[in-house]
Design a protein. Structure first.
Length: 65
């Protein structure tokens, strides 16, 4: 993980921006930004919404556990 920075999150153009290990930032044409986690379950790809950026900040997403 660690490809995205807070600055990159703020200035990213529309599209999916990968951070690594399944975490991505989805930026819409309207400028809305959402965190998405992609994972596999029963051999099928799934996506789980984690919340909007910046309400869920990059720092919160990237904290080690």
């Amino acid at each position: 993980m660690g490809k995205l920075t807070d600055r990159k999150c703020k200035t990213a153009r529309a599209g999916k921006h990968l951070d690594g290990d399944g975490l991505r930032l989805q930026v819409y044409d309207t400028g809305a930004r959402n965190w998405i986690f992609r994972y596999m379950l029963n051999k099928r790809s799934r996506e789980m919404g984690l919340g909007p950026y910046p309400q869920i900040s990059f720092a919160e997403e990237s904290c080690p556990t």
